[in-house]
Design a protein around this ligand. Sequence first.
Ligand code: ADP
Length: 397
Amino acid sequence: MKTLVINSGSSSIKYTVINLEDQSRLLTGLIERIAETESLHRYSLSDGSTQNAIQPIANHQQALQLLFATLSSTKVVGNDGLFCIGHRVVHGGEKFQQPTLITDSVLAEIANISPLAPLHNPANLLGIEEARRQMPDTPQIAVFDTAFHHTLPDYAYHYALPANLYQQHGVRRYGFHGTSHAYVAKQAALLLGKPLQETNLITLHLGNGASVSAIANGVSVDTSMGMTPLEGLMMGTRSGDIDAGIIFYLSRCLNLSSQAIENLLNKDSGCKGICGENDMRAIHQRAESGDQSAQLALAMYAYRIKKYIGAYFAVLGQVDALVFTGGIGENDAWLREQCCENMGLFGIALDSENNQSPTRPSGLISQTNSKLAVLVIATDEELEIALQANQSLSIKQ
Ligand code: ADP
């Protein structure tokens, strides 16, 4: 049951081959800087050996050719072939609420949705199209970042805008990082020893992008990202929530074009905008050496998470666990402490010692008398995509 998972971005492709029988990674690779003169291909095998090569890779077609050549040259995929290929697709709109077997018409519909995610879906499609050319006989399944949030109630997904913008143009909250929220929710329920359908959670995915979800009885009922992955928490380079009026001010008073404003909000804002740095480890280093802008970025980052936690307690009423995941959520003990400080009102009591070194892969970092559990769970989006792709095929058969 070997499954290839492909995450095709605009300038890089991440891939991994997973054996679902024991969930082991047989091959994990990254092709970076596609279309630059010095593209980089790195991969590692299950025996720990790694390879790095710098070579020109002109486009996604060449990158995918290299990927499939590597599957054969490493003998990871031999005569037994691949059971299926799972593709990460960022935006599934309202149409795609489940993992979906890719056909020509599905591809056309994903392309139709691309205006909702112009930075992501076109790159996802390039990967899918080439993978289908290379492996036409292998079932390929699209797994959507938005799908987990299709259960949001209408009062949570509507924006207070003219109704026809939703009806005719799909302007609504979709939410993202769904694969990660879904994965850690399942893990959290296992750890709590409760059926997922009876578990209420607040899941915090804190990586370069960041989002929080309110999960009631196992399904997403609210989430901080919106129609695009720009809304919500403060992120590495994205602003998160701002007053929409700022956009008109930037346009009117600074004469910025819509493209310039989009770039500013997506690439030059968030932590980077406040302190010039988007990598959380570097921000901590600067804050510790007295840099006030880095200290401000950290304070804002934690404060905004805390506001969402409070809001989602109100949404859920009763919460079984608060779950931290993503590069920052899994590793940043200081931030977790800040987010849980003075939250006794909600029954949160962190165990400072466990918080410093949570046991992996899943760690309880709350005190035994805490009304709800605080968990650190390593996310695994590739595994979740592989599981969902396989499950959708077995349901079809
Ligand atoms: P992506 O969203 O691209 O998948 P990750 O989930 O890997 O990103 O998260 C990247 C972020 O995690 C970076 O800001 C990085 O600095 C942060 N990070 C990684 N390790 C640590 C650590 N030990 N302490 C604080 N932040 C960390």
